[in-house]
Design a protein around this ligand. Structure first.
Ligand code: SAJ
Length: 426
């Protein structure tokens, strides 16, 4: 069977490479020609996919990549991994899925198995794919079979991958479910079937909304602990000693990435169509989004207390990726914090070993080099993303003030202030 993967991004490229490595003949369709050319040159652009995996499947011909949708007519299975972002009005943008369905109508052969992996609200698979194909005269279970299976990989996670993370499958019919299960059983250790396609869509949203709500909660607790002169990080460490019934989340500068900030809004939007208003989702988003301003206010206070005004202060942001040890800056809280600092007329630089350049309100700045001389120039610095490969000793010795949003610097230092802990100077 020839496998088609539509969209070779953070979801599609690992999927296409893993399936090609496990013996499938895979055709990847990617509309971004720069990405296609990189892959053809044996180069990866997704951190979790090594260059030589790409090079070997391309060389062997088990993975072929193209921008041409007409290649769909060679596919027996089509797995849709296109982006599902938000529109400017914060509502779901499912236009990429819609476009793929139009191409399926045009090029795909009948008896195709279609699996949607892109995260979306419950009902998308049936409303957007099944209905569209049936309106075009395609007959379910004859001309096409259709399932939803959420991608559940955690970017940068070394322990869990596609193979050892149970794959959730929900089909429009039993047969659809079984067919998708047959496929995934060959590339993952465990397939977990659910009774409907909406259930499968909801599983993913529950997982990520659970994270957003718990992060919002612990951020609120961090602010409370600051008021009470208690160190939230110590409280979490102690609470985590409970062998059951507690799961640690950590305060931070807000949430980034292409999932956690977005998926709960998909669910909230769908809930509203049932006149159901989720307080948790809205509150969590509000708290998480407010962390950037909170941190800038704390910086202002700390600088004031040391006789400086934030205006004209030189501030260094340490770590701009949306989470540690990866290079992805999408929706990173660092971007918001830099914008807010610039609004306060501070002059802002950043250092991130994974992110060479950053475009902030269409100005491109590049990471500074971490040298003693450079560090001494700054009035204050903020650790936003605590990559493991940063020399924190060098920072502590050479930076006047460090505001730590990730509890990176464990020893108590006069010049180190910690989000969520009593800071004698604030
Ligand atoms: N964050 C906190 N405090 C925490 C955990 C995370 O502030 O306790 C922040 C992170 O800094 C980051 C954001 O939240 O900015 C999202 O972090 P994340 O750990 O959820 O990482 P993602 O979005 O890269 O990956 C998540 C997956 N994460 C885990 O399972 C740990 C998982 O929820 C999904 O499989 C994945 O999104 C996805 O693709 O949906």
């Amino acid at each position: 069977a020839i496998l088609g993967v539509i969209g070779l991004g953070y979801v599609g490229l690992p999927l296409a490479t893993t399936t090609a490595l496990s013996g499938f003949k895979v055709i990847g369709i990617e509309t971004n020609k720069t990405k296609v050319n990189k892959l053809l040159a044996g180069k990866s652009y997704v951190k979790d996919v090594p260059d030589d995996d790409i090079a070997s499947v391309i060389k062997k011909g088990s993975l072929s990549v193209t921008s041409e949708y007409k290649q769909m007519n060679k596919m027996d299975v089509i797995i849709i991994c296109v982006p599902t972002p938000l529109k400017n009005d914060n509502t779901p943008d499912v236009s990429y899925i819609y476009q793929v369905v139009e191409k399926i109508k045009q090029y795909a052969k009948k008896s195709i198995l279609i699996i949607l992996e892109s995260t979306s609200y419950p009902g998308t698979t049936e409303e957007l794919i099944m209905k569209e194909l049936e309106n075009a005269g395609w007959v379910l279970n004859k001309d096409f079979n259709l399932s939803f299976s959420p991608e559940r990989v955690d970017p940068g996670n070394k322990l869990y991958s596609l193979r050892n993370t149970p794959k959730i499958v929900g089909g429009v019919t039993q047969k659809c479910s079984q067919l998708a299960g047959l496929l995934y059983k060959q590339i993952t250790n465990e397939v977990f079937f659910v009774s409907s396609v909406k259930t499968a869509e909801m599983v993913k949203l529950l997982e990520n909304t659970f994270r957003s709500v718990n992060i919002g909660f612990i951020n609120e607790m961090a602010l409370l602990c600051e008021k009470m002169g208690i160190n939230i990080w110590e409280v979490i460490e102690a609470a985590s000693t409970k062998p059951f019934g507690y799961m640690a989340f950590y305060p931070g500068p807000g949430i980034g990435g292409h999932c956690i900030p977005i998926d709960p809004i998909y669910l909230e939007w769908k809930a509203k169509t049932f006149n159901f208003y989720s307080g948790f989702i809205k509150l969590a988003s509000k708290i998480n989004d407010s962390m950037s301003q909170y941190i800038v206010n704390s910086i202002k206070q700390i600088l004031d207390n040391s006789g400086k005004s934030i205006e004209k202060s030189k501030i260094l942001i340490v770590g701009v990726a949306y989470k540690k040890d990866i290079d992805d800056v999408r929706e990173s809280p660092a971007l918001k914090i830099i914008d807010l600092l610039i609004d306060e007329k501070a002059s802002v630089d950043y250092y991130d070993p994974y992110v060479k350049e950053l475009t902030i309100s269409n100005k491109t700045i590049s990471s500074i080099n971490l040298t003693k001389e450079n560090l001494k120039e700054y009035d204050c610095s903020i650790i936003i993303t605590n990559h493991d490969n940063i020399d924190y000793e060098l920072l502590i010795e050479n930076l006047k003030i460090i505001y730590d949003t990730r509890n990176t610097i464990k020893e108590k230092k006069e010049n180190v202030f910690l989000l969520g802990a009593v800071n004698n100077n604030t």
